[in-house]
Ligand binder design. Structure first.
Ligand SMILES: Nc1ncnc2c1ncn2[C@@H]1O[C@H](COP(=O)(O)OP(=O)(O)OP(=O)(O)O)[C@@H](O)[C@H]1O
Ligand SMILES: [Mg+2]
Length: 517
């Protein structure tokens, strides 16, 4: 007879928290709404449909149903695991290591406690373990729904409501059955926001690691329904590099050049006036960061969105709510983030004293990309050198390149253009700046020109021991690849990121796939 397979032999289950976004069309007749899509693959789905009894559209989360025995087993494992899991470790680790960690602990605990499970039961329980230890328990599927904008819970024993991008206000089948479970959920929210909530300080105003805003209350006041929370999800989907080509904001060559600069850790600053597209370009450039690099981003309000795991976004907060608690400014955040030893630091917008921390970080080898409000290179330099920023010319020289964004009217159409890319050669005393401008947009013809040799390419040859021929061939290949992506209308944010990541690992295969020689 064959040897019995033990739990240790069960293959690890893969849980995908970011499945593909389904295409959803608006349906005008509400009674015809009936759609189902995946939230956490392959375990959690949502079914949105017209409920004739309730006479409204409802949002029904579908998750694996546990048998009584499975539920007991899960409970035992959760209790035992809670005592042994080091949460600090969990929050710092990558998803891959966490999955493995939980899988291993689960299997060993099951053996230790004499819990026998079929593979089917094991899979279901494993899902609940990762959902609860890594995510936000029963709310996690909602947080994973790309279309969900707001999640609102007005107390125990009443359904959680949400705002859906397409179907707007919907009632869900999620209900917290008692105050205790809701309270512990609110505590978890506070903890992940890096804040504290208690009866003494019953109001929480914070943001989750992914940038979502959280408001919560914590009260046993008999007149109220108990604890409440709202989560305003962060949902902006950024434009990808091929999309910017399609808007004719910049050329594939400009992007290929920026890709090389990012890969070789040059420091970039995007310059431009109000709403000129600085943040949009910054986000597109961030797609080029090598997949294994550790990225930290810092913003005032959350706008950036990078489809990558190895990313620690943080948002500065002004004093709000009770007693001005929880105020963290960009300066402090930036100082804290350098201690995390990032490869790349992205600052949403440089305004004040945080600039000195940023430039010192660059000087000590952390690559950075950020934006600054200014209309020209001269004004940038002036702004950086005068109060409140006041950087020394020596420090300014750690900056490698500046991209100038501008509004432009082309054939009566309002557009955004990457007007020029400037390389900093030397910034001396008295604002004298020596620069080189490899790329320019010509307004009379609405064309982009690669004008001159790049000085930064020379820096790359010297620093990384690459020959000029190799680098310029690489530049051509990448420009061609980006052009092909644009031609084939490959604009999706995950898709584009996957291709760029793949290119870092197997460039020949990617080039062949898109017909670049
Ligand atoms: N390349 C582009 N083509 C067309 N529209 C764009 C482009 N880039 C940005 N926009 C639009 O312009 C608006 C402002 O973009 P963005 O936030 O990137 O600008 P910004 O310069 O960072 O603005 P702010 O001065 O507020 O920081 C957005 O609503 C966006 O839709
Ligand atoms: Mg901006």
């Amino acid at each position: 007879m064959a040897k019995k397979i033990g739990i240790l032999d069960y293959p690890m289950v893969s849980v995908d928290f970011t499945p593909r976004i389904p295409p959803i069309k608006k349906i005008n007749d509400k009674t015809k709404i009936d759609i189902r899509y995946c939230l956490i693959s392959p375990f959690a789905y949502v079914h949105i449909y017209w409920d004739p009894k309730e006479y409204e559209v409802v949002y029904e989360i579908e998750e694996p149903i546990l048998t009584k025995e499975e539920d007991i087993a899960r409970d035992k494992v959760v209790k035992a695991m809670r005592n042994m899991i080091n949460f600090k470790e969990i929050i710092g680790g990558s998803n891959e290591t966490l999955f493995e960690y939980i899988d291993k602990r689960f299997k060993l605990l099951a053996i230790e406690m004499g819990i026998e499970l079929t593979y089917e039961s094991y899979k279901k329980i494993y899902y609940y373990l990762v959902r609860d230890f890594m995510g936000f328990n029963e709310v996690e599927p909602l947080l994973r729904d790309y279309f969900v904008e707001d999640i609102e819970c007005n107390g125990a024993n009443t359904p959680v409501y949400l705002v859906h991008r397409i179907f707007r206000n919907l009632k869900t089948n999620l209900v917290f059955n008692d105050n205790e479970s809701l309270e512990s959920f609110v505590e978890k929210l506070a903890q992940r926001c890096g804040k504290y909530i208690s009866y003494a300080e019953p109001i929480l105003d914070g943001s989750l690691p992914d940038g979502s805003r959280v408001n919560a209350t914590y009260t046993k006041d008999v007149t109220s329904k108990g604890p409440t929370f709202t989560i305003r999800k962060f949902t902006k989907t950024p434009w990808t590099p091929p999309q910017l080509i399609s808007f004719n904001t910049l050329s594939p060559e400009m992007l290929a050049y920026l890709w090389l600069l990012v890969q070789y850790k040059m420091n970039l600053l995007v310059v431009g006036g109000t709403a000129s597209g600085k943040t949009t370009l910054l986000n597109a450039i961030a797609f080029f960061i090598p997949p294994e690099a550790r990225v930290v981003s810092i913003e005032d309000t959350r706008e950036l969105n990078l489809p990558r795991d190895n990313w620690l976004p943080s948002v500065a907060r002004s004093a709000t709510g009770v007693k001005g608690l929880g105020e963290i400014d960009m300066f402090e955040l930036l100082r804290a983030s350098f201690r995390q030893n990032p490869d790349y630091v992205i600052v949403g917008e440089v305004r004040g004293k945080e600039a000195s921390v940023l430039f010192q970080g660059m000087a000590s080898g952390h690559s950075s990309i950020s934006t600054i409000h200014a209309d020209s290179i001269e004004t940038v330099i002036k702004r950086l050198e005068t109060p409140p920023i006041e950087l020394s010319p020596t420090l300014l020289n750690v900056l490698d390149s500046m991209c100038v964004m501008t509004h432009a009217i082309v054939r009566n159409q309002e557009t955004r253009k990457l007007r020029e890319i400037v390389e900093v050669v030397n910034i001396g005393e008295n604002d004298v700046a020596l620069t080189n401008t490899p790329f320019m947009w010509d307004s009379s013809e609405d064309k982009f020109y690669f004008k001159k040799e790049s000085r930064l390419f020379q820096k790359i040859y010297h620093r990384y021991g690459i020959t000029p021929e190799q680098l310029s061939a690489e530049f051509r290949r990448r420009a061609e690849l980006l052009y092909r992506l644009y031609q084939r209308k490959i604009f999706g944010f995950r898709e584009v990121q996957d291709i760029i990541n793949e290119y870092y690992k197997k460039p020949e295969e990617v080039l062949a796939k898109f017909g670049v020689n």
